[in-house]
Design a protein around this ligand. Sequence first.
Ligand code: SAH
Length: 391
Amino acid sequence: MSAKVILFPGKEKRVFGRHPWIFRSDIEKTTGSCEPGDIVSVYAANHRFLGRGFYNPQSQIAVRMMTYEDEEVDRDFIARRIREAIAYRKTFADLKSCRLIFAESDRLPALIVDAFDDILVLQCLALGMERFKSMVVEILVEELQPRGIWERDDVPVRRLEGLDMITGLLYGEVPDRFIFRENGIQFYVDVKEGQKTGFFLDQKENRAAIAPFVRDKEVLDCFSHTGSFALHAGHYGAASVTGVDISDYACVFATENARLNGLDDRVHFEEANAFDYLSEKSRAHRQFDVIILDPPAFTKSRATIDSAVRGYKEINLRAMKMLPPGGILVTCSCSQHMTPGLFQKMISDAARDAKVLLRQIEFRTQGKDHPILPSAPETHYLKCGLYQILG
Ligand code: SAH
């Protein structure tokens, strides 16, 4: 008998709303052989067919919906979805520097694939998708002929799915470090040891958006990682750029990236805690024309949102105090729990406390290669506001 998941009455509503997850507590019963990782058919309490998805009773997210049609989820299906993801990006992106597959947003739940030059980096965050992993690798090779594919599954969320944390070569060859281009700037990337998949592609369009505001300016880039915003500022003609990151590894890497682009005369990096750096410099009345804040997610759960808001507010407040009238603040948050509304409220609270009049130039989000499903607000995680201090 085929594997079926039957929901409690009313729980079909989220599926009709096209939210891609079914929680364990939504399931009344299963019939047939429903093993962890299997493809199951999902039914409403009245036995109406709702679609198919991956089943994992070990996870809070017990089913991840793959389709709302009565169709087989097999190799052809996965290949079709991968081809669709690539075709979508071909319309606007450089396939050598973009996220090729963004999980639920590409209807390939829990699967992430980033492209850096001719190397792909894959992340697979659920048991059901893990079963398709070698097939996904084969299809990516057929479609894109990469030089190599590297797995970066060293992420704790895999444990929630009963999966091990692993990294390693999936196909071809992957150098320890190589160069790729973003917006015409060269970057070394280390997909094996770097953070996440080695580079944060989601900010690509936001980095380009600073171009009109940095020419001949003095720029501070806090949480600079391998220097991507800082190098963009230098490339777009900033007079001087200081990048600050707490990681020695990131600062060394960023300095090499500056050298690679012949920008090391104007772009420098300092290893420091950005909170301390901002507080010291603001006490010393140091000013910058443009300040970029792109911190890590201060919260990964809703429970700690209050302390996260305090952290975001502190750095934004200090930055606002260090900007002269006309100065530009580029401020980001990549925490999905910090909703755009909460983030904007934090910004206006910080402006009130800093006693400045702020004007919003643009309120941006993640790049088009990380598309958002309005039906699943979790997919909308990045906020990037460009503001000007009026006085
Ligand atoms: N702006 C970067 C991404 C930042 S990721 C880009 O566009 O690529 C967050 C970075 O913040 C990491 O490199 C991490 O080392 C750094 N970091 C975390 N806590 C920090 C702190 N308190 N002070 C300075 N840097 C910090």
